[in-house]
Design a protein around this ligand. Sequence first.
Ligand SMILES: *[C@@H]1O[C@H](CO)[C@@H](O)[C@H](O)[C@H]1NC(C)=O
Ligand SMILES: [Zn+2]
Length: 318
Amino acid sequence: MLRVLLLLGGLAPALPAGPHWTYEGPHGQQHWHEGHPDCGGRAQSPIDIRTARAQPDLSLPPLRPQGYESPPSPELSLANNGHTAVLALPPSLRLLGLPRTFAAVQLHFHWGRPGQAAGAEHLLDGHRAPAEMHVVHFDAERFPDAAAAQQHPGGLAVLGVLLEVGDDPHPAYDNILRHLGSIRYAGQTVAIPSFSIQDLLPAHLDRYYRYNGSLTTPPCFQSVIWTLFPQPVLISQAQLEQLQGSLYSTEEAEQEEPQLLVDNFRAPQELNQRLVLSSFPREAEGYSTGEVIAIIFGAVAGCVGLFLAVHFGARRMR
Ligand SMILES: *[C@@H]1O[C@H](CO)[C@@H](O)[C@H](O)[C@H]1NC(C)=O
Ligand SMILES: [Zn+2]
């Protein structure tokens, strides 16, 4: 079993990752809180964002990634940790536009299974996109690394990017997806040529939802400032199928049949008392037909009432 590979791996040295967990079955998400008490907390992620209930906060600034276009190292490390594909990111990649300066740690993916176009973790009004990318950062002003930061509220900042299917392959995503065949089994790692991480992000970094939540996998620490972009990034159907069909959750040496790594997304969690902010105003809301009729009726009734009051009320006073 994979006890030595943290989800925040690639950065952290091989720390013990705690009890074995899966998404379904006897170690599935309903049981995560038994070994990881935070997974049963009241500020968990992901959530289903009810967009009409998000509160606009126009003081939320655009996110400003710095150094994402050209990572300093010629190669980046891509790993299969048995739960997802993880690309380690150098901490020289800085994210501004948050309360403090955050440094990049890694990015990874959540997806469904072949033939099923739903595998994202965050939902928008109940809609589940085919896949979601998370770019994980830690507060570099208060903490030396992600392992220390993840224990404290606001210690991590994660960007959630929804992936939808479009007509064309996305060249930046191809930089990762074409190497999945080299990390088919859990525990495998490959060095891939460096590329612009910025190109994986949606164009509008000023439009996002913001809430306080958690890691979506054990140990589920409630330390994450979440940013979810409503604008998806489009990849091709073939690219989605690469993500869904390339990796095993099992190690190469295991005696059992290899298990395809699929459906690695957590069910939506209760919002409880939390607030979801949006960096942009509510869509201009048109009036429904019923509202228009009510407004006209109200105006007519008001005019008639005024006429009667002036006419007869005044006459009675004489
Ligand atoms: C998140 O928590 C911090 C610290 O408690 C708080 O200042 C901030 O307003 C919260 N953000 C949201 C979106 O609720
Ligand atoms: Zn994730």
